[in-house]
Design a protein around this ligand. Structure first.
Ligand SMILES: *Cc1c(COP(=O)(O)O)cnc(C)c1O
Length: 428
């Protein structure tokens, strides 16, 4: 009788940053409470807030002129789009594989999302981007999915050639880089999230980064409908216009600050583990590793294997789980995964906030973007062959070795069997 590779329980979850919460977070939050100053823009120290300290950390990390902390990653994206003047009449290109918030932000800004294929990196395919450009295209949002850097050289070249605004969605890739340059610093604007499942968390929170003074000032104005009141010394040059309340709380900023100061240690541990696993998997037949555009810049919390076209991915996933290694496929989440465009119900139905607040039927929109049933089949084929394993900063060399051995044994047993899996496009 076979024994699983691993009989010890696998205790590593997907909320890496939450698992790292400790005494520093507690100290910083206490400091905020002791100060009795939980709101950012008070007269007693407008530039001396937790939020300002958080922005300072990211200005230095990213090497950008400006950062604005906000109350969420979705808020950051909407802020960036509005700051860039994107709205009704415009098309914005996004990948088929990203959290639904990327698409939602485009619609909330009043623009039409154009959904294009990913390639085997599981990030936006630069060729698909270029092929989708029309005279209405204003921007592209490359998404560094699961910490993997997009092909920013190709994307930047295409964007420059067509005069597109680039807004990076780095919500899942805080700390990542591409050819030595931090993710979130390539685009005209970069957006981050501090939600529970991101690399740095505050429960809720986000950040917009940019080198452009004008874009920054517009983002500031939009993130607070009364921004000019606070006398911050920013936003003075732009004409005011109505804004949201996307302000971050001092408590959230303090938690994000504590977490961000430790980010390099987290990255080092994740990268060391993933490098060991990747090296050992090089000799395993019957699987292919997700190609990473710049492995040194990978945030390295996600290990993705592709099975051959006809392999039985469900059998592979179940066997790997039996061996003691939890893993995900598009088939076993148990709910419609909102990271895959086929589950973006209101986008595919072209449903706006209301019948008259709808980018697709806006009188300013003269394009004809559609979401036909055969949209982005390449993406579905790739995701349908992908096995995902979440890595964790607290894994030791035995845990890494267990992953490798379990994959090796599973690949030997299962890979050759034919598939019975339907396309992920037919998920409930
Ligand atoms: C989480 C996430 C967002 C949205 O961030 P929130 O803080 O939840 O609003 C946007 N894009 C991607 C890729 C994400 O993973």
């Amino acid at each position: 009788m076979d024994e699983p590779v691993r009989t010890r329980p696998w205790t590593f979850g997907a909320a890496l940053s939450v698992d790292a919460i400790g005494s520093v977070e507690r100290e910083y939050v206490s400091r905020v409470l002791d100060k009795r100053r939980v709101f950012r823009y008070t007269r007693d120290g407008i530039h001396d807030s937790e939020a300002a300290a958080l922005e300072d950390v990211y200005r230095k990390r990213l090497g950008v002129r400006h950062c604005l902390a906000v109350n969420g990653g979705t808020s950051a994206l909407v802020c960036a789009l509005v700051a860039a003047g994107i709205g009704p009449g415009d098309e914005v290109v996004i990948p088929s594989y990203t959290y639904i918030a990327t698409a939602s932000a485009v619609i909330l800004a009043g623009a039409v999302p154009v959904i294009v294929d990913i390639d085997e990196t599981l990030t936006i395919d630069p060729k698909a981007l270029e092929n989708s450009i029309t005279k209405h295209t204003k921007a592209v949002i490359p998404v560094h999915m699961r910490g993997v850097p997009c092909q920013m050289d190709e994307i930047s070249t295409i964007a420059a050639r067509h005069g597109l605004i680039v807004i990076e969605d780095a919500a899942q890739a805080n700390g990542g880089s591409y050819h030595g340059r931090p993710l979130g610093s390539f685009g005209h604007l970069g957006c981050f999230s501090f939600q529970q499942y991101k690399i740095v968390t505050a429960g809720e929170g986000g950040l917009v980064a940019t080198n452009d003074d004008h874009l920054f000032e517009r983002a500031c104005v939009y993130h607070d409908g009364a921004f000019a009141m606070w006398d911050t010394g920013t936003g003075g040059e732009v004409e005011t216009f109505p804004g949201q309340n996307y302000r971050i709380s001092e408590i959230s900023a303090a938690v994000a600050l504590a977490q961000s100061q430790r980010l390099d240690d987290l990255l080092a541990r994740l990268r060391r583990n993933k490098a060991h696993i990747i090296e050992a998997l090089a000799t395993v037949d019957g699987i292919e590793l997700q190609p990473i555009p710049d492995p040194a810049g990978d945030v390295a919390y996600s290990l993705i294997l592709f099975l051959p076209v006809n392999a039985d991915i469900r059998a592979f996933s179940e066997r790997l789980a039996w061996e003691g290694i939890p893993n995900g496929t598009v088939y076993n989440k148990g709910f419609p995964d909102r990271h895959i465009f086929t589950n973006w119900d209101y986008v595919l139905a072209k449903r706006g906030v209301s019948p008259t607040n709808n980018p697709w039927t806006s009188p300013y929109y003269h394009g004809n973007i559609d979401y036909p049933p055969d949209l982005c089949q390449t993406s579905l084929d790739l995701l349908g062959r992908a096995i995902q394993i979440n890595l964790h900063q607290d894994m030791d060399s035995t845990d890494c070795a267990d992953i490798v051995t379990a994959i090796r044994r599973t690949a030997r047993r299962v890979s050759a069997r034919p598939s019975t899996a339907p396309s992920p496009g037919t998920m409930p």
